[in-house]
Design a protein around this ligand. Structure first.
Ligand code: SIN
Ligand code: FE
Length: 304
């Protein structure tokens, strides 16, 4: 895995082949890193977001913005200042639109064949956060959403460090394809059989995974990805022994990565913005290395 730095100059002169290569690098587990963000935020918007530190409102929590509904969540509207909530919604809407506009050009081979997922504002200090184990972001993990199955679409995330002076400190490890066979079979004992679809059973046998929780909405693929997220966070041997690469993303930088396959953890930093895209399987330039394809090969069965 590598961090690929991209300058603003490279952005203005790139060819379609270059755009395809960037997609391929992302899909293979690289991080595309912009030392200077290609999605600038006006000073007044940054100042507003940073100002949330001083006020004693419920805007302190991680806040999600749902672009398709133009709605905020994670804000306690009973205690937060109504003006501030309205302003935050505007700032998040702008951010979401700017990132989407940029990626429509930058990742042109995808032709916007993605579902626009949530954006988030992360105002809390990440170091020393007291969260339940499965919600901790300082443990290496791949992303999966408990309530939003992707059916094989890939989770692409774009980040901005908007802290005025501090880096956002990440650790990442080797991507899914390199670790899925190595860790899962020995480490997860099959559980007692539950009511499972055939393909999930085959997958469970093939890679030593226990019964998935039956769900009308989630596919066997989504069940696996959710369990893999939990498994990595709960596995102290993986946390201790896996190869680790540290990156300190400076203030004013952006980066993007497929977080469904690159194990990542945030150790320190405060104030980030993020927008998530669910990239459809048919958009991928290297579908043969997608986690869906890999798991289907192991399971010898369709998983979506
Ligand atoms: C995560 O996706 O685990 C958190 C990353 C971050 O907030 O920097
Ligand atoms: Fe994550």
């Amino acid at each position: 895995m590598a961090v690929v730095p991209i300058s603003l100059d490279a952005l203005s002169t790139h060819t379609p082949e270059q755009a395809r290569q960037w997609c391929a690098q992302l899909e293979a587990g690289d991080i595309l890193y912009f030392p200077s963000t290609p999605v600038p935020l006006p000073h007044d918007e940054i100042d507003f977001l940073l100002g949330q530190q001083q006020t004693d409102s419920s805007l302190h929590k991680n806040i999600a913005y749902k672009p398709n509904l133009d709605k905020l969540s994670g804000v306690d509207t009973s205690t937060a200042d109504a003006q501030a909530v309205k302003r935050l919604q505007e700032v998040m809407r702008q951010y979401s639109q700017r990132v989407t506009g940029f990626l429509t050009q930058f990742l042109s081979p995808y032709q916007s064949r993605w579902q626009l997922d949530y954006a988030s504002f992360r105002p809390q200090e990440e170091e020393g956060r007291d969260l339940p184990l499965r919600r901790r972001n300082d443990l290496l993990h791949t992303d999966a959403f408990p309530t939003r199955p992707t059916y094989g679409a890939r989770i692409l995330r774009f980040f901005n460090n908007i802290h005025p002076s501090r880096t956002r400190d990440w650790v990442v490890s080797d991507p899914f394809a390199a670790i899925v066979r190595q860790f899962v079979p020995q480490q997860i004992a099959p559980r007692k059989d539950g009511p499972l679809g055939r393909s999930a059973k085959v997958l469970g046998r093939a890679i030593g995974l226990g019964a998935a929780i039956p769900s009308l909405k989630r596919s066997p693929y989504d069940d696996f990805m959710m369990r893999f997220h939990n498994f990595l966070k709960e596995n102290s041997r993986f946390q201790a022994e896996c190869p680790k690469y540290s990156f300190h993303f400076p203030p004013g930088s952006s980066w993007m990565v497929y977080t469904d396959t690159v194990p990542h953890a945030v150790l320190a930093g405060q104030y980030a913005l993020e927008q998530t895209f669910l990239v459809k399987p048919e958009a991928l330039v290297r579908p043969e290395i997608s986690p869906l394809r890999l798991l289907e090969e192991i399971a010898e069965s369709r998983l979506v």
